[in-house]
Design a protein around this ligand. Structure first.
Ligand code: HEM
Length: 451
């Protein structure tokens, strides 16, 4: 328990108590006061509770479906192909974090809004001529600033150039969403059959037959912003961690490559022939690499609170009383590395711990209830969970199918020392900014070589 004049926080590391908290959504709601800023483009899933949240969750949840995951798969493969071509064409890569952000942005553009862009590595970027992409990038790069100042304030004519640019990006992003909305309305003849999130959301909201409430236009914009906000750096930072870990461990790379070879067989060098429906599920080791990374470096902090009421909670065999207005925080660092659940070496990055054998086949470990909760749990868990899993796994399959990665050696350094140095950097130079991330990934340049 952390007691301060500004408020109290209770950190929880008991799996059963955590699951109870997630289940008792109205006793332990989201502290909405921390999320209000996310309303910039309209009310959305992250900023509402009660009946409003139920309505939004039902409609938005229906858009995160297998057809959309298929778009994520196809777009990720295409982006990752260009990214690895770029990475393997250079003597060293310092731009892993920038490039994974570009990949994630492009996947969101395609699967979120139906817009495709060609990947360009950070150091060869010529500047986008497309207003929409440039504005989405500026909006996401400056989202904290936009949320803090608000779009109204940013429209003031006397602001400096940099803030004006942010304002222009907000206007252009809004205009793009409005034109897509107009296009997808049932009265429009231009509606597409695409399964991107925006199209699906407009369809789901406007095709209600009068029995259920749809989303308002503003709520659609608010949710599209929040999908982009929630889905961009979460996945990009995770990919940056995975790539850094891979560079420290050639054995894991070989182990993953073995699986990729086995799953794709003769199709290995033709990623356009990789099939989401049948291939994704077979990539258990690639999924294991994601799970293991996110276990140790869980990107999204979660907080619930007791609101104005006192709450009770069972912890082991005791019932504890939690005062009103207490933040209740799942302690990821503790639960995801507790020796009781992750022995014998809970702090070691070891993707193979996730693979269990079942009837001679490799299966993904299902951790005990409440011991692995990076996408949260219960009704308010992450709707983009599978989206992010498909994106990371498809990227790994592409970049490891024919290439391997290692750290660039500093003078006199052996390759083993270089690997140890990068591992140490991951452990000591990562921190929670908005999300948990590597602070200076560019300080560990990497080199990609063909196998
Ligand atoms: C590695 C990737 C990701 C992780 C670890 C992650 C984690 C989480 C967590 C822990 C929450 C719950 C937060 C809370 O209760 O306060 C959440 C909520 C949410 N996530 Fe994700 N997320 C990821 C990727 C994505 C993606 C790709 C999208 C969309 C494309 C997305 C959309 C959302 C939305 C809209 C919510 C709010 C749900 C609600 O309030 O009902 N996330 N995410």
């Amino acid at each position: 328990m952390h007691v301060t004049p500004g408020g109290n926080s209770l950190y929880i590391c008991n799996p059963d108590s955590l699951m109870e908290i997630f289940k008792r959504r109205s006793d332990f709601p989201r502290p909405l006061q921390l999320f209000e800023l996310l309303n910039v483009f309209g009310p959305n899933l992250s900023t509402v509770e009660g009946h409003q949240w139920k309505k939004q969750r039902k409609l938005t949840g229906s858009c995160f479906n297998e057809q959309n995951n298929q778009l994520v798969w196809l777009e990720t493969i295409s982006q990752a192909e260009d990214m690895i071509r770029y990475w393997s064409s250079r003597p060293e890569i310092r731009s892993t974090a920038d490039d994974t952000r570009t990949l994630s942005l492009h996947v969101l553009s395609r699967a979120g809004f139906g817009k495709s862009f060609q990947f360009q590595g950070r150091e060869v970027t010529t500047g986008s001529s497309d207003d929409y992409k440039a504005s989405l990038q500026v909006v996401l790069d400056n989202c904290v600033l936009i949320m803090a100042l608000g779009t109204q304030f940013l429209s003031k004519p006397w602001l400096p150039r940099r803030l004006k640019r942010v304002h222009e990006a907000c206007v252009s992003f809004q205009q793009y969403m409005t034109s897509l909305y107009e296009q997808e309305k049932p009265s429009s003849e231009k509606g597409s059959k695409d399964n991107n999130l925006m199209t699906a959301l407009v369809r789901a909201s406007t095709s209600q037959d009068g029995l259920a409430e749809g989303l308002t236009e503003k709520e659609i914009y608010g949710n599209m912003f929040v999908f982009n906000f929630a889905g961009h750096d979460t996945t990009a930072h995770t990919l940056t961690f995975v790539v850094a870990f891979l560079a420290t461990n050639p054995f894991v790379q070989d182990w993953l490559h073995e699986e990729i070879r086995q799953v794709f067989g003769q199709r290995i060098s033709q990623p356009t022939k990789w099939v989401y429906d049948t291939d994704f599920n077979q990539l258990k080791r690639c999924q294991a690499a994601l799970m293991e990374t996110i276990r140790l470096y869980t990107p999204v902090p979660v907080a619930k609170w007791t609101g104005p009421s006192t709450q009770t909670l069972k912890v082991n065999n005791k019932t504890i009383t939690i005062p009103p207005e207490t933040m209740v925080i799942p302690s990821y660092a503790a639960i995801h590395t507790h020796p009781r659940f992750w022995s014998p070496d809970p702090l070691v990055w070891k993707p193979s711990r996730w693979i269990v054998s079942s009837q001679g086949k490799e299966e993904l470990l299902v951790p005990d209830r409440g011991t692995f909760i990076p996408w949260s749990e219960g009704e308010r868990s992450c709707p983009g969970k599978k989206f992010s899993q498909v994106e990371v796994v498809a990227t790994l399959a592409v970049i490891l199918r024919s290439w391997k990665v290692e750290p660039v050696r500093q003078s006199q350094e052996s390759i083993e020392d270089a690997r140890r140095r990068v591992l140490q950097q991951i452990e000591t130079d990562s921190a929670q900014v908005l999300l948990l991330q590597m602070l200076h990934p560019e300080r560990a340049p990497l080199v990609w070589r063909r196998r």
